[in-house]
Design a binder for this molecule. Structure first.
Ligand code: IPE
Ligand code: IPE
Ligand code: MG
Length: 243
C-alpha cells in the first residue's frame, strides 16, 4: 500500500484471518500436508509483521480450532511443533526487541494444549503485555461456541456469588467475558481457500463484521492480498442496521 493510500483510508481496527488452505496447497505440489502448514506458518509471520507496519490495532489469526483435534494425531503433532517453534522464535525476537511492539495473547482454551506451549504462551503474554503497537490474538484451541460457553459459566458464577444481578446483564457483560475482552469486534474477517464459512470463528464478535473471501490458499497469501482486502473493506458502506 502506498503512503498516499494509507493516508486516504480509515484502516479496520481489528482484522481476523482464518488461515485456511494449507493442506490443499501441499496436495497441489505433491507434498505432505505438514509442508503446507510449514508454508502457512511463514505466511503468518509475514502478514503479522505487515499488519503492524500498516498500523492495525488488533489482528486475530485462527490457527487451530476446537474441532481440529479430529485430525490424524500425526498432523496435530506437526502443527503443535510449528506453534512451539513460532513461540520460541517470538521469545528470542522479544529478547532482541524485534517484535515491533507486538503484544501476543492466546484466545482459546489453554487446557488441552501441550504444557511446553502453555508455558511459552504464559511467558510471552506476560512479557509483551505492555506492547502497544498491535495486539496479536493467536486463536489456538479456539472455538466461538466454546468461548461463549466459557463466558456463560463465568457470568453464572458471578450471579451465584451475588456479584451481578442476572436481570441487569447486558450484551457488554458477555463481550467482557470473552477471550477478546476489551478489544473492538473484528471489522474485517478474511477467509482464503475458497470456503464460505466461519468454521466456529468469532461467533459472537462477527455480528457486524465485513467478510472478504478469496480462492487464494493461505500459503500463497501476500501482503498485496491484505492490501486488496483492506481497500475493498474501505469501499463498503457499514450501516449497522441504520440507514
Ligand atoms: C488450515 O489449513 C490449517 C488448520 C486448520 C490447522 P487446512 O489444513 O485446513 O488446509 P485445507 O483446508 O485442508 O486445504
Ligand atoms: C478453520 O479451518 C480453522 C482454521 C483455519 C484454524 P478448517 O479447515 O478447520 O475448517 P473446515 O473444517 O473446512 O470448516
Ligand atoms: Mg481447511
Amino acid at each position: 500500500m502506498t503512503e498516499e493510500q494509507l493516508k486516504s483510508i480509515q484502516l479496520p481496527k481489528h482484522i481476523g484471518i482464518i488461515m485456511d488452505g494449507n493442506g490443499r496447497w501441499a496436495k497441489q505440489r505433491g507434498l505432505e500436508r505438514t509442508e503446507g502448514h510449514k508454508a502457512g506458518a511463514k505466511t503468518f509471520r509475514r502478514i503479522c509483521d505487515y499488519g503492524a507496519d500498516l498500523g492495525i490495532e488488533v489482528m486475530t489469526f485462527y490457527a487451530f480450532s476446537t474441532e481440529n483435534w479430529r485430525r490424524p494425531p500425526k498432523e496435530v503433532a506437526a502443527i503443535m511443533k510449528l506453534f512451539k517453534e513460532y513461540l520460541e522464535e517470538a521469545t528470542s525476537r522479544e529478547n532482541e526487541n524485534e517484535m515491533r511492539g507486538i503484544r501476543l495473547q492466546l484466545i482459546g482454551e489453554k487446557k488441552g494444549l501441550p504444557d511446553d506451549i502453555v508455558k511459552l504462551l504464559n511467558a510471552l503474554e506476560k512479557s509483551s503485555a505492555d506492547k502497544d503497537v498491535m495486539t496479536v490474538n493467536l486463536a489456538i484451541n479456539y472455538g466461538g461456541r466454546d468461548e461463549i460457553l466459557h463466558a456463560f459459566k463465568a457470568l453464572g458464577s458471578k450471579v451465584k456469588s451475588g456479584e451481578i444481578n442476572p436481570d441487569k446483564q447486558t450484551e457488554d457483560d458477555i463481550s467482557a467475558n470473552l477471550f477478546t475482552a476489551g478489544q473492538p469486534d473484528p471489522d474485517l474477517i478474511i477467509r482464503p481457500s475458497g470456503e464460505y464459512r466461519l468454521s466456529n470463528f468469532m461467533t459472537w464478535q462477527s455480528a457486524y463484521s465485513e467478510f472478504w473471501f478469496s480462492d487464494i490458499l493461505w500459503p500463497d497469501f501476500t501482503t498485496d492480498d491484505l492490501d486488496t482486502a483492506i481497500l475493498d473493506y474501505c469501499r463498503r458502506n457499514r450501516r449497522f442496521g441504520g440507514v
